[in-house]
Design a protein around this ligand. Sequence first.
Ligand code: NAD
Ligand code: GLY
Length: 365
Amino acid sequence: MIETPRTVTVDLGARSYDILIGTDLTLDLGEHLAATIGNGRVHVVTDETVYNLYKNRLYSLETDIAVTVLPSGESQKSFAVLQSLLNDLLERELSRNDCLIAFGGGVIGDLTGFAASIYKRGCKFIQVPTTLLAQVDSSVGGKTAINVPQGKNLIGAFYQPSFVLTDINVLKTLPERELKAGYAEILKYGLLGNAEFFKWLETNGSKVLALDPDAMSEAIATSCMMKAAIVAQDEQERGARALLNLGHTFGHALEAEAGYNGDLLHGEGVSAGMQMAFEYSARQGLCPSQDARRVTDHMNDLGLNAIKDSQTWLSNTDALMKHMSQDKKNESGQLTLILARAIGEAFVKKGASTETVRQYLKTLI
Ligand code: NAD
Ligand code: GLY
């Protein structure tokens, strides 16, 4: 008898799908995925860290299965690796009804999802996210991409999975730093649109980081529900979905300065970036300064990466401004920022003043 998981549905009409959330779901991977896979063949994509930890679970799928194991890390989101993965699929002569499974963190999910979107013009694809960041963000909503020398995630597609299987217990092997980077994305949902959830995190955030199963399940399910609601409203980021980028414009600039080599993780850039978005909003008189203080206090309480931990990458204001000027959300050469009127009330600010942003960044040096 397998466990009954919590279910969150991403409502996209004919492309709707479920996110199943529970403990030890990957122990029964075959049973959970059987209905989706049907008689199709399966190609799993994973990275070597995850493969070494969980390979036995992959073979609980009673079907014709092969596994592509990639080195761990952001460098795998490249044209060269994409081409090699597509070659693996072609060599197996997989059809569009066969199924790719992304079994790993956001790197594996983004790469595999993009491969699925272009393989024979689109084949079946399932996400089994194994990092906290992937469970609350990258596996949900259908953004897939690879990186190019010109920038991160610049080549990709919106392509929804058939299913997401989220096993909380695989997070037990995740390094603490990765866990905190994922927590930043959970915090983001409270800050952008759910003050009650932020309040809940102020009390329960430490339980989430301690992997308390009830707290973890609640935090992941609430995050997925919030993301699902935004994606259902604006799948291709023409409006409300931009709110999911709270903290990302500042954070991406920090990541670009850090050089995507593991010195600053995506979630670490996002946590410092959210603190910056609230501080900047407060300086502009848009948001009460006590809300900005609460954000900082919560981040300090849990030991999340913050402005004070990002000094190395804050020293060159001109370089940060240049990175921000290349953000995908900008329109007609004007800066777009996600700012806040309060905790739980983020909004899209088009045509933000570059001069006031520059002045704010200088105060952080
Ligand atoms: P990742 O996939 O590199 O995983 C982080 C590290 O954790 C890797 O070393 C991996 O091997 C290891 N790992 C994964 N699962 C593990 C487990 N259960 N136990 C032990 N180690 C494990 O990074 P990530 O943080 O999951 O994802 C970052 C990527 O996600 C970036 O490329 C980013 O652009 C992308 N992203 C995409 C979206 C989206 O909407 N598509 C959203 C946010 C981020
Ligand atoms: N991670 C931002 C989005 O999915 O839109």
